[in-house]
Design a protein around this ligand. Structure first.
Ligand code: UDP
Ligand code: MN
Length: 450
């Protein structure tokens, strides 16, 4: 082996960039790194492969082919603001049970999520990782998942798989995970995430500082097509009047309240997939509404509840976790189009009926047909609200989410809110296909008739 080759080999063995000193002028020898390494994009070449990739992408909501060739241990560069590196975290941070639920995800995506938790967390802080399988029917997620974990010395002592015997949905699957959790703290994570250096300590420091805290990381984006790792445009969440989660800009008051650029941000509504909380506090504040089905609305409900009942929800800016925002949800597609949102809608109505007081009329104004759907028994949730002595929705709007309060009849922003129906003809004012305003059958779906 020549000197130059040997040096390059050494560089390769060290896995880093090194100066090649043999030739003048010196130049940087880049040692080939794995696909997608350092959070870089990976592109698929070749017509056939691209087509195959697209099919899988449609099925899973992300490119399984791309995920399958990227290392389960790929490195993601440190995403933190340099100010974060000067932070000192207490030695006695609480131990964590990570609860990660999944339904029909790609094996490599789930495994990369698990690996990244183990790779990026101080081992002594991870009590266990509880993987809850919500009755997936993908063979990959049965034996291959189990054998990967049981044969991996880093994983087998800490990772446990719990399996539902029927489909329970996100809410009851997480509840099942928490029941088994042994750590004083619980961190909920989706099963398509990647943790980055230092992600865990700032979350735990925040809940340790005040145990009625829900601490959320900054949710970075992992591209569904290339798995490129990118920072997001938004840091806090809110809701629109149909109770859909939306990303929001941080307002001036919140910016002024904070002393440093890395102070946690108050977050009116959390995205819901990724957060740290004390197990005791999670139970005390009413966990989740177990009558909620499949997916959605539970994050809005929990956000109202935590704020109204004396807690706080924050985005912790020194904690970064990447998340794949799927382009398709495999679990909604098994229904016909008419009913595919029905679970989410019931969840939203339950949230509105329990927490929103007179402001629930904005949900019904936006979606009048929801007035007539049956949403089951909410008496236990109402009793919870009473027992905890929670504040009104008005208080929440005034103190936590004034930007939403601004867009109400109460604030004078609207004169009225809802559909405008002619009682004689039964027709509604409608904004018809860009032709201006006319009369049309009332459809009760809000939209252009709102
Ligand atoms: N999930 C589940 N059962 C369901 C629906 C979702 O276990 O019925 C899991 C899913 O695999 C994911 C998490 O719940 O790990 C959150 O779902 P998703 O990522 O689709 O929600 P999003 O992040 O898009 O809001
Ligand atoms: Mn997700």
């Amino acid at each position: 082996m020549g000197v130059s080759t040997r040096l390059k080999q050494e560089a390769a063995d060290n896995g880093m960039f090194q100066l090649d000193q043999i030739r003048a002028p010196p130049r940087v020898v880049t040692v080939p790194v794995g696909p997608g390494e350092n959070g870089k994009a990976l592109y698929i070449h070749g017509q056939d492969t691209r087509q195959a990739a697209e099919q899988l992408h449609n099925l899973y909501g992300y490119s399984v082919l791309v995920s399958d060739v990227i290392s389960l241990d790929r490195k993601i560069p440190d995403q933190r603001d340099t100010l974060c590196l000067q932070e000192d975290y207490p030695d006695d941070l609480p131990q964590v049970s990570v609860v990660m639920i999944f339904y029909n995800e790609a094996l490599s995506v789930v495994l990369r999520s698990v690996h990244s938790v183990m790779n990026q967390s101080p081992p002594h802080l991870i009590r266990e990782i509880l993987l809850v399988d919500d009755f997936s029917d993908k063979p990959d997620l049965a034996f291959p998942l189990e054998s990967h974990i049981s044969t991996n010395t880093k994983l087998r002592d800490k990772v446990k798989i719990l399996r539902n015997t029927k489909r329970e949905g996100l809410i009851r699957s997480r509840l099942k995970g928490v029941q088994q959790a042994q750590g004083p703290a619980v961190v909920f994570l989706d099963s398509h995430i990647e943790c980055t250096p230092g992600w865990l300590e700032p979350l735990l420091a925040r809940i340790r500082d005040n145990n009625s805290t829900v601490a959320c990381p900054v949710i970075d984006q992992i591209d569904t097509k290339t798995f490129a790792y990118e920072q997001p445009n938004y840091l806090a969440g809110g809701f629109s009047w149909d109770l859909t989660f939306i990303w929001i800009n941080v307002n001036k008051e919140e910016m002024a309240r904070r002393k440093s650029a890395i102070d946690p941000l108050r977050c009116p509504v959390m995205a819901g997939g990724l957060f740290a909380i004390y197990k005791d506090y999670f139970q005390h504040i009413g966990a989740y509404d177990p009558a909620m089905e499949i997916y959605g609305g539970e994050n809005v409900e929990m956000s109202f509840r935590v704020w109204q009942c004396g807690g706080r929800i924050e985005t912790v800016l020194c904690s970064h976790v990447g998340h794949i925002e799927r382009t398709a949800k495999p679990y909604l597609s098994f229904r016909s189009d008419d009913t595919k949102d029905i679970d989410i809608e019931v969840n939203k109505v339950r949230a509105a009926e329990v927490w929103m007081d007179q402001y629930k009329r904005y949900l019904y104004g936006r979606k009048p047909y929801l007035k007539n759907i049956s949403y089951g028994d909410i008496s236990e949730r109402q009793a919870l609200r009473k027992r905890l002595g929670c504040k009104s929705f008005q208080w929440y709007l005034e103190n936590v989410y004034p930007d939403r309060l601004e867009q109400t009849v109460e604030s004078g922003f609207y004169r009225a809110w809802g559909e405008l129906r002619n009682v004689q003809t039964g027709l509604c004012l409608d904004h018809i296909d860009g032709q201006g305003v006319g009369l049309w059958d009332c459809h009760g779906h809000g939209g252009p008739q709102l």
